[in-house]
Design a protein around this ligand. Structure first.
Ligand SMILES: [Zn+2]
Length: 118
């Protein structure tokens, strides 16, 4: 029986594939900890051995309850001249979901650059 050669793979596994700990910033002591299940998908959770901290990397849309396409649509509507109030109403009609004006304002601040690039 041939055993697969793991030496090359082992060398490729640098600590870079683990994100830095969001408490102490070190990625050398971070290990995979398993998956955490959210409403929509499974997210990898990590554990930092240095400060004994469990965390899930922030992917930008982490705590946003709305699909990214809705957010981008809202940001674009606002950039195209609609007021925050009008944008909230448009999104409500188009996607059949309630979006608060403060939420739209938040999005337009946070994701303005993102919408421009796409
Ligand atoms: Zn840490």
């Amino acid at each position: 029986m041939l055993l697969p050669n793991y030496s090359m793979r082992g060398r490729k596994r640098s600590f870079k594939e683990y994100p830095p700990c969001d408490r102490c910033g070190s990625s050398k002591n971070v290990v995979g900890y398993g998956k955490r299940f959210t409403q929509s998908r499974a997210k990898q959770t990590y554990y930092c051995k240095k400060c004994e901290h469990k965390f899930t990397p922030n992917d930008g849309f982490k705590w946003v309850r709305f699909p990214p396409e809705v957010i981008l649509a809202a940001v674009r509507l606002h950039q195209n001249g609609l007021s925050i109030k009008q944008t909230a109403e448009e999104i409500g009609k188009k996607y059949n979901m309630r979006v608060g004006e403060s939420t739209v304002l938040d999005w337009s601040k946070k994701y303005a650059d993102l919408a421009k690039d796409l």
